[in-house]
Design a protein around this ligand. Structure first.
Ligand code: CO8
Length: 260
């Protein structure tokens, strides 16, 4: 049977957690336009307030994603690149209201590393390889590979990776702040799903507020970011889950959260 754009990302809906797998193994999950459009379409469908609590995004055992599809970019010029409005597709992933966990085995390069950096948590296998090799093909990162990376690891590490295009291993990526946790290669998905499961049992509005405040706060001046944090905390004082969480603690029982 002929594959369609729908097959480029497979979806396992497990209720509270949705698992998305990039599915172009023949090119190490290189991100062509149909795949990125499909990913954006899926992420646009994610809203809070329903049953969804976390998203796990993965590739396969050989590659998370080896970057934007070079064959797809080789022949296009500035106007075509502009008219693609790639930023709109990436924005859909960035705006996901619930935590996104990237489960990375193998290569996370170029646009693939940028996609991983759109996630809130990155869990990597020991053999995973990270890099921004765009400079080696005459371009540069364009979906956060300079800016999200800068914020994650600081100027000097970001410069090293972007200017040389060299790949680094998972342990080094973790040490520099690019990865949340390194596990055995065959444990990556299980660990990411377990992590998503843990988050899904937390009070949902608190989880969403934490994500929002960390992401918006990192780009704001400290005073404004602290005010944002304070306001978000104050909002949580009117949730049912705050009452339930504190009551459960005082009554020495497990909380039963409703997400309200
Ligand atoms: N694009 C297209 N095809 C690719 C890509 C890619 N990024 N990566 C791998 N492939 C293909 C190969 O061409 C090959 O296809 P074929 O079998 O038909 O020859 C197949 O995948 C397997 O790859 P290799 O044979 O090269 O496998 P190796 O294990 O020898 O090497 C590497 C693996 C090191 C990952 C190597 O494939 C490689 O260097 N790939 C390119 C990595 C790269 O440069 N990525 C950055 C691309 S540029 C980018 O991401 C720009 C982002 C800009 C922002 C986003 C806006 C769109």
């Amino acid at each position: 049977m002929e594959s369609t754009d729908k097959d480029l990302v497979t979806i396992e809906d497990q209720g509270a957690v949705v698992l998305l797998r990039l599915n172009r193994p023949e090119v190490l999950n290189a991100l062509n336009m149909p795949l990125r459009r499909r990913l954006a379409e899926i992420f646009e469908g994610f809203t809070d307030g329903g049953t969804l609590r976390a998203v796990v995004l993965t590739g396969d055992e050989k590659s998370f994603a080896a970057g934007a599809d070079i064959a797809d970019m080789a022949a296009i010029g500035t106007v075509d690149m502009y008219l693609r409005h790639n930023e709109r597709l990436w924005e859909a992933v960035a705006r996901c209201p619930v935590p996104v966990i990237a489960a990375v085995n193998g290569f996370a390069l170029g646009g693939g590393m940028e996609l991983a950096m759109h996630a809130d948590i990155i869990i990597a296998g020991k053999s995973a390889r990270f890099g921004q090799p765009e400079v080696k093909v005459g371009i540069m990162p364009g979906a956060g590979g300079t800016q999200r990376l800068l914020r994650a690891v600081g100027k000097f590490k970001a410069m090293r990776l972007c200017l040389t295009g060299e790949m680094i291993g998972a342990d080094e990526a973790c040490a520099m702040g690019l990865v949340s946790q390194v596990v055995e290669d065959d444990q990556v998905l299980a660990e990411a799903m377990a992590f998503a499961g843990r988050i899904s049992r937390m009070p949902a509005i608190a989880v969403n507020q934490i994500k929002e405040v960390i992401l918006h706060g990192q780009d704001a001046p400290l005073g404004a970011a602290m005010a944002l944090e304070r306001k978000a905390l104050q909002i949580l004082f009117s949730t049912e889950d705050k009452n339930e969480g504190m009551a459960a603690f005082l009554e020495k029982r497990r909380p039963d959260y409703t997400g309200r």
